[in-house]
Design a binder for this molecule. Structure first.
Ligand code: NAD
Length: 387
């Protein structure tokens, strides 16, 4: 197979996971990384065993050996880095949310389309084998017509007022926190497994911790305070809790909560689709089991096992039943779908494998979040998603 050169911008929390997943593919060379400055770039390149470390993303984009750019920077840099990469004719794998606003996301989608470059957004949960099983089974009519789609993405890393991140600063994270960061994952997943688009929303949003202690020094993503940090007291403008009623394109109703302030919940993502004949539920914290609900017979738990999933889903399973697969394996599946597409010379207009979310999907997620914020601002009224 022809080798492909990859370069990554941003190597904080998630960047190294991009590198790990891509390394597992075997036919992609990690050519370079880019960081905020030369010193950090050199340190990161050495620590992550990447040949070149650039002190600016512009320098990385000028490297002809980089064919695919991964953007794992904070949200406010998604638009400029993605746009600059596309302008250089590079394929682009952007972390979510695709951009700070739906308007920016639409521009990126259109720019990528016009340039004919492969474009992907890392809605990572799609890569889980049982998510693919759920999607495939529902598409095949195994639960009848979806009528009710509900769930949550609930975390506790912003429970205390000493918890702080760039994600809470609108100019860096965007005008939304819980919805943009994790609600976007839930919406993509719910649409992906149900095969139905969200068309209308009614949102209620809250900032449960309205003032926080912003550390004066740097702190790793998701790390708690040492208790010895100096801090500034700052007002928080973005929501850390959101509950949303939904309408889907086939008339199905739904509801979900995105929250970052619920003690004990780490990455408690759940999506259930209740169809006209049966229900299916996937929970990321119990991701090797898929619950299937019946009315007239006993409910079932499908344990992830290559022999028990549908034949089309088998390529997403790498271990025999009973051996747990998890987030990094799902992320690898995502990268395999994306890079196989590139290696086969497919065009962005060709059909994409299922775990591969595009800038179109990223744009839709941005548009949904914006509609929820608009709904809440208008006093929690039904609001159409403007795609
Ligand atoms: N797909 C997922 O499941 C998932 C999970 C976590 C994070 N993310 C997304 O990944 C992105 C990064 O999140 P994170 O938690 O890794 O953040 P982070 O703050 O840990 O890392 C960001 C990195 O970008 C670097 N950076 C900042 N400015 C830069 C610049 N101008 N040029 C080059 N590098 C620069 C920082 O030095 C840091 O290394 C976010 O958009 C987040 O939403 C996605």
């Amino acid at each position: 197979m022809k080798r492909i050169g990859m370069g990554i911008v941003g190597t904080g929390f998630i960047g190294p996971h991009h590198i790990d997943a891509v390394r597992r593919l075997g036919f992609v060379d990690i050519v370079a990384l880019a960081e905020m400055n030369d010193t950090l770039a050199r340190q990161k390149a050495e620590a992550l065993n990447v040949p070149k470390g650039y002190g600016s993303y512009e320098a990385l984009l000028d490297d002809p050996a980089v064919q695919v750019v991964h953007n794992a920077t904070p949200n406010f840099l998604h638009y400029p880095v993605n746009a600059a990469a596309i302008a250089k004719g590079k394929h682009i794998v952007s972390d979510k949310p695709l951009a700070l606003t739906a308007d920016e996301a639409r521009k990126l989608r259109d720019q990528a389309k016009a340039a004919g470059v492969v474009n992907a957004v890392t809605f990572s949960y799609r890569g889980n084998p049982l998510v693919q099983q759920m999607r495939h089974a529902i598409a095949g009519g195994k639960i009848g017509t979806p009528r009710f789609i509900y769930g949550q993405y609930v975390q506790d890393w912003l429970l205390k007022d000493t918890d702080y991140s760039w994600r809470l600063e609108p100019e860096k994270g965007g005008v939304s926190s819980a919805l943009g960061d994790i609600g976007s994952h839930w919406c993509d997943l719910a649409q992906h497994v149900s095969g139905q688009r969200i068309t209308e929303v009614l949102g209620d949003i809250t900032t449960a911790v309205p003032q926080r202690k912003r550390p004066k020094g740097a702190r790793e993503a998701f790390a708690a305070t040492t208790g010895k940090e100096e801090y500034d007291l700052v007002d928080i403008k973005v929501e850390d809790l959101a509950s949303v009623l939904l309408k889907f394109e086939n008339g199905a109703k739904g509801v979900f909560t995105a929250a970052q302030i619920c003690a004990g919940h780490k990455n408690d993502l759940m999506v259930e689709v209740c169809g006209s004949t049966a229900s299916m539920r996937w929970q990321q914290e119990d991701q090797n089991n898929l619950w299937i609900g019946h009315r007239d017979e006993a409910n079932q738990i499908l344990m992830k096992d290559p022999g028990l999933v549908d034949a089309e889903v088998r390529p997403y399973v790498h271990m025999p039943g009973g051996h747990q697969e998890a987030w990094p394996d799902a992320f690898y599946n995502l990268m395999r779908d994306i890079y196989t597409f590139i290696a086969e010379g497919k065009k962005p207009t060709d059909a994409h494998p299922p775990a591969f979310a595009t800038f179109e999907d990223g744009y839709r997620a941005n548009a949904i979040v914006e509609a929820i914020l608009d709904s809440a601002k208008a006093g929690s009224v039904w609001t159409k998603v403007k795609y």
